[in-house]
Write a protein that binds this ligand. Structure first.
Ligand code: SF4
Length: 442
């Protein structure tokens, strides 16, 4: 349990010197208790007090790293229960499961080839999990070796048998895989392996209380690179346990749950598995291990992850500039829209569908949509004219004809006057662009 502000205050120098940026030591203590300040900000705190305040100054959820080099996946260090309160920081590591009893090479190759491009974003799965289903250390070691040879991405090794885990680690310990799992029956040996190889370790309990007890035993062995697994595999139970991990860590600073958490999908039906995975991704899995490896399953999950881990206070924008669609000529049509990424990519998709080479002028509206930007005077005759001049389009087309979104047809007169271009009012919705384009420019 975290310390209260008054308990923290007792350990501070009480000089009110303001060097920490707070007006008083009490204000600093309150900020520390609520996770809004770091103990490092006070240069006068004694070593003795630092020890006593360790739990108050530590982040509610520890940062744990899996993998090495460019393929490190950072887990945890989250501070919020609800994204809109601030933001989530470290996207869930999505791991595709490979059993040592299947065609390991083929699945590893398919895994490595997984990548997606959507609305200007590039998505990849960032982890691969190798599971021992054979019960054979040699077979597991060979599977780990095969997977490690096909991909450099972060790995999870899954077996509760310390001897089999040791065989797998013998191949990839230098890549700092996540070890799954220490249980009540094997934790001393698993901790020894994790310590010897400096690898993060999953603590798998049977329920929340047992998980907390096991974490405390492992911390007493002086190992803290931990990830939590309550042992549940049924959707509602997993969701409840993940929620309790996050709530107790963030709200109560309950130290045994102050670590990232892992979840496994269990559904056999591919569509149900995606729904189950989406549930865990939303609340609050830091690592998600999937049996699914199809593009059609992973794309929605990775898209959802991308949305969830953006900063809700910052609109998603594309670069404000002139975009070529196809190979436009000096006669090609020119569309204008905002740099809100969703708007831009919808317009781009519709213009592409027309199969008429064109240009799209994306105006810097701070990443907000057409009507909002118009209401805020960011999509106006002046801003569009400035974008025309800056883009260099006047050197690229012979004509002076611009297609304006139908929702802001009211700008037509002012824009023609300001820019000297003829303004053609386009459809109100982007879905009408293809038809409009064929009717006007084919
Ligand atoms: S720097 Fe330390 S001693 Fe000075 S006001 Fe802040 S908490 Fe108090």
């Amino acid at each position: 349990m975290g310390l209260t502000g008054l308990e923290i205050y007792k350990h501070l120098p009480k000089t009110n010197c303001k060097d920490c940026g707070s007006p008083t030591c009490l204000a600093f203590a309150m900020a520390l208790a609520s996770g809004k300040a770091s103990l490092d900000a006070c240069p006068h705190v004694t070593e003795e007090a630092k020890g006593a305040l360790d739990s108050a100054s530590a982040p509610p959820i520890k940062l744990v790293k899996v993998g090495t080099g460019d393929h490190v996946v950072e887990l945890g260090e989250e501070t919020e229960i609800f994204r809109h309160d601030k933001r989530f920081f470290h996207p869930t590591g999505v791991a595709v499961l490979i059993s040592d009893s299947e065609d390991v090479a083929a699945k590893a190759e398919a895994f490595e080839a997984l990548e997606f491009h959507r609305v200007g974003m590039h998505y990849v799965t960032d982890m691969v999990a190798v599971k021992c289903d054979s019960g054979d250390a040699g077979k597991f070691k060979a599977a780990v070796e095969t997977v490690a040879g096909k991909t450099k991405k972060a790995m999870v090794l899954i077996t509760e048998d310390p001897a089999i885990m040791e065989a797998g680690l013998g191949v990839v310990a230098d890549r700092k895989p996540l070890i799954h799992a220490a249980t009540a029956a094997n934790f001393e040996k698993m901790v020894a392996l994790a310590k010897a190889n400096s690898c993060p370790l999953v603590v798998k309990g049977e329920g929340l209380d047992a998980t907390a007890e096991l974490v405390e035993k492992i911390v007493a062995l002086d190992y803290k690179e931990l990830v939590l697994d309550s042992g549940a595999r049924e959707t509602s139970k997993v969701l409840a346990d993940l929620t309790q991990f996050r709530r107790l860590a963030v709200r109560k600073k309950f130290r045994p749950f102050g670590y990232p958490a892992i979840a496994f999908t269990a559904k056999e039906d591919p569509r149900e598995e995606v729904v189950q995975a989406g549930t865990y991704l939303s609340k609050y899995a830091d690592v998600l291990v999937l049996k699914a490896s199809g593009k059609q399953q992973l794309l929605p999950l990775l898209s959802w992850r991308q949305n969830l881990y953006t900063d809700p206070q910052k609109p998603i924008a594309v670069e404000a500039k002139l975009y070529d669609i196809g190979a436009p000529t000096e006669e090609s049509p020119v569309y204008v829209t905002t740099n809100f990424s969703l708007t831009y990519f919808i317009v781009e998709g519709e213009v592409e569908s027309s199969r008429i080479p064109s240009r799209i002028l994306s105006v810097d509206t701070g990443g907000i949509s057409v009507l909002t930007a118009y209401a805020d005077n960011k999509f106006s005759a002046e801003t569009i004219t400035a974008a025309i001049k800056k883009s260099g389009i006047e050197d690229k087309v012979k004509h002076r004809k611009l297609v304006l979104p139908g929702h802001v047809a009211v700008l037509k007169g002012a824009l023609e006057e300001e820019s000297g271009w003829e303004v053609v009012v386009g459809p109100r919705e982007a879905s009408g662009i293809t038809k409009f384009s064929k009717e006007n420019f084919a």
